[in-house]
Design a protein around this ligand. Structure first.
Ligand code: NAD
Length: 329
C-alpha cells in the first residue's frame, strides 16, 4: 500500500499518543507516508489560527487524516475545531466501534458494538444558538433533513452488511419529538426495508436504550442514531468497555475521512508519559479498514489484544503500570 495521510499531532497528550501510534504503524511496514499538519492550540501558536489553510488543503488532497485530540480555547471563534472539520468536509458519518478487552477495566466482557451517528445535523451543531438580550432565554434551531437521514441510514446498513453484523437498532425520541426525530425514524425504517433480508431491524427510544445498554449491552450490534443522542450514547458505551482511552472514532464523508481517539487532550496527564494510546491505535485500525486493508486492520487489533490481554501490558488508566512508550514498544 502506498498512501499519504495527513497527521495532526494535536494538543496535550496528542503528540505522545501519536508518536506511540506511528511507532506501531511503522513496525507494521504499511507503506504509509505521513504529511504533518497542525490544528488546535499548537496551530494557533505557530500560525496564528486554529485551523490553518495548509491543514485543510492536506486533508482535501490526501482525503485521509489521523488526528490526535485538540484543545479548543474557551471564548470566541469556533465552538469546536472538531465540529468545524466535520462541517467543512461534510463528514456526515460518525462511526464508533466499542470492543471490550479482558484484563482491562472493561465493565462487561464480550461487548462488541458499533455506534453510527449522524454528524452534521440536529441540536449538536448548535445552529441558531442565541441568548436573549436580557439573558433570560436561550434558543436553538434543530434541523433534521430527509436527505441527511437517508445518507446516514444507508451508510449504517451498508456498513452492517459489509462487516457481517446481524442487527441495526434505530435510536430516536419520536414519541415526543414526533416531527424531528420522527423524520429520522421514518426514513430509517423505509431505507432499512431494503436490507431486511439479511439484517434484523428494531427501534428504541433513546432513554430506554441508555438503560438497556447498562442492563444488557450484548443485545445490541449496530446502533444508528442522530447527532446529539449518538454523542451521549457513544460515551456511555465507551464507559461499558473501559473508558475513553479505549474508544476510537471515524468521521467519514465523500470527500475525506478523519480518524481519531474519542477522548480529549487530557491536560492533567500531558507530558507525563502515562497516556493510553489504544484509542488512537484502534482508530488507525479503522483507517486501515477504510482503505481496504482489512487484513492488517485485524492484525493491529490482534496486536492490541496480545499486548493487553495475553502479555498483561497496560497503561495506568487500565490498571497497569506501563508508560505510553513501553506500551507501544
Ligand atoms: P479528556 O478526555 O481530555 O479527559 C478526561 C479524563 O480522561 C482525564 O482525567 C484524562 O486524564 C483521562 N484521559 C483521556 N484520555 C486518556 C488517555 N488516552 N489515557 C489516559 N487517560 C486519559 O476530557 P476533558 O478534560 O473534558 O477535555 C480536555 C480538552 O480536550 C478540552 O479542551 C476539550 O475541548 C478537548 N477535547 C477534544 C476532543 C477531540 O479533539 N476529539 C474531544 C473531547 C475533548
Amino acid at each position: 500500500m502506498s498512501q499519504k495521510i495527513a497527521i495532526i499531532r494535536g494538543d496535550g497528550i496528542g503528540p505522545e499518543i501519536m508518536d506511540a501510534t506511528l511507532h506501531v504503524l511503522d513496525a507494521m511496514k504499511l507503506g504509509l507516508e505521513y504529511v504533518d499538519v497542525d490544528a488546535g492550540m499548537v496551530a494557533l501558536e505557530k500560525h496564528g489560527e486554529l485551523l490553518p489553510q495548509a491543514t485543510m488543503d492536506a486533508i482535501r488532497t490526501h482525503r485521509i487524516a489521523l488526528k490526535s485530540p485538540l484543545t479548543t480555547p474557551v471564548g470566541g471563534g469556533f465552538s469546536s475545531i472538531n465540529v468545524e472539520l466535520r462541517k467543512r468536509f461534510d463528514l456526515y458519518a460518525n462511526v464508533r466501534p466499542a470492543i471490550s478487552f479482558p484484563n482491562t477495566r472493561s465493565r462487561y466482557d464480550k461487548v462488541d458494538l458499533i455506534t453510527v451517528r449522524e454528524n452534521t445535523e440536529g441540536a449538536y451543531i448548535g445552529e441558531g444558538q442565541a441568548l436573549s438580550e436580557d439573558g433570560e432565554t436561550a434558543t436553538l434551531t434543530q434541523k433534521v433533513t430527509r436527505r441527511g437521514s437517508d445518507r446516514i441510514v444507508r451508510y449504517a446498513f451498508d456498513l452492517a452488511r459489509k462487516v457481517g453484523r446481524r442487527k441495526v437498532t434505530i435510536v430516536h425520541k419520536a414519541n415526543i419529538l414526533k416531527k424531528l426525530t420522527g423524520l429520522f425514524l421514518e426514513t430509517a425504517m423505509e431505507v432499512g426495508e431494503r436490507y431486511r433480508d439479511r439484517i434484523e431491524i428494531e427501534d428504541k427510544i433513546v432513554d430506554n436504550c441508555a438503560m438497556q445498554l447498562v442492563l444488557n449491552p450484548w443485545q445490541f450490534d449496530v446502533i444508528l442514531t442522530t447527532n446529539l443522542f449518538g454523542d451521549i450514547l457513544s460515551d456511555e458505551i465507551a464507559g461499558l468497555v473501559g473508558g475513553l482511552g479505549m474508544a476510537p472514532g471515524g468521521n467519514i464523508g465523500k470527500e475525506a475521512a478523519i480518524f481519531e481517539a474519542v477522548h480529549g487532550s487530557a491536560p492533567d496527564i500531558a507530558g507525563k508519559g502515562m497516556a493510553n494510546p489504544t484509542a488512537l491505535l484502534l482508530a488507525s485500525a479503522m483507517m486501515l479498514d477504510h482503505v481496504g486493508d482489512t487484513e492488517r486492520a485485524t492484525r493491529l487489533r490482534e496486536v492490541l489484544h496480545q499486548t493487553m490481554v495475553v502479555d498483561g501490558i497496560r497503561t495506568r488508566d487500565l490498571g497497569g503500570e506501563a508508560s505510553t512508550d513501553a506500551f507501544a514498544q
